[in-house]
Write a protein that binds this ligand. Sequence first.
Ligand code: SF4
Length: 341
Amino acid sequence: MSLQAVTPPLAWEGKPYHPISLDYRQRFGGKVVKIPVSIADTCPNREGLRGMQTCIFCDEHGSFAYAESQGLDLERQVAEHRAKVASRFNADKFLIYFQAYTTTFTALGKLREGMELACRLDDVVGMVVGTRPDCLSEAVLRTWREMHQRKWVGVEIGVQSFDDDQLLWMRRGHTGAQAIRGIERVAKEAQVDVGVHLIFGWPTETDKQLIETARLCNSLPISNVKLHNLHVLKGTPLADLYASGEFRPVDLDEYSHRVGIFLDHLDPRIAVHRLAALSSRWDELIAPDWVRHKMKSWQGVIDRVNDGGHFQGRCFNPHVEPNVGPQVNPQIEQDEIEITT
Ligand code: SF4
């Protein structure tokens, strides 16, 4: 008898994936939404520490949802953004999400202050820190471990791809092996919840790579993934490639196919934030046009994944999953960037 699933679980409420909202409800006893805040204003790439200037897709705001409030003090950001997300999502429990740039590249004191604030606020049930896999000092890991004793901490690591050619093309300045090592260190040394961000839509991406990515995720100590589609924003290196005709984003059908293949092979226990994380600033979007209407494009991906018969875990079999992925070179620890304290 096959061990593979034949239909998505009812608890997913018609979605072809295990929604993170389900985990949040189980963990926190109700609806929880994130309050994005910014305490950082740069990253190793922007500082030239990796021989790059920015990742190929990154805008000037370091992927922050509320660029107009960057620079405000943290309490004010929390108050303003909480009001926005509370009314938009009808929620009264929150996670503070340290989103912009590379949060662990900033002073540890600043991060700690932000986390202390999250601990003091009664309606904040936890905090999520976004970072790169090569900005994980021992001091940061210790801080997360300590804070997690007081309030729930999740870390979302911008991996984007485990493929070294793709990582080079997008000018990330780290390797797939570093990403794996970073994930393992956060899980083991900080003992907090780990998620990864992935981007689909690379020019050379194949079904085989997507399957390998899913299997690698299955083998790592992560509890969630967030999927982004590669799109072109004004003022990014990708915009230049788009203007010169060297890059064309994939269309909605192709993107949905890639998501479907990935989901088919992803362990159904891993929660998924959403199937496409789109531009946080619509005025910056150049292409593709199908991501211009947020809700419509999210639903468009879900509909196509459903129509293709895909759903998370459809081809996942815990008894035959191979151990895949690049071997980690112990030397890479020397490359990790220490934050200033
Ligand atoms: S994606 Fe992150 S690491 Fe890359 S340039 Fe933007 S802020 Fe820096």
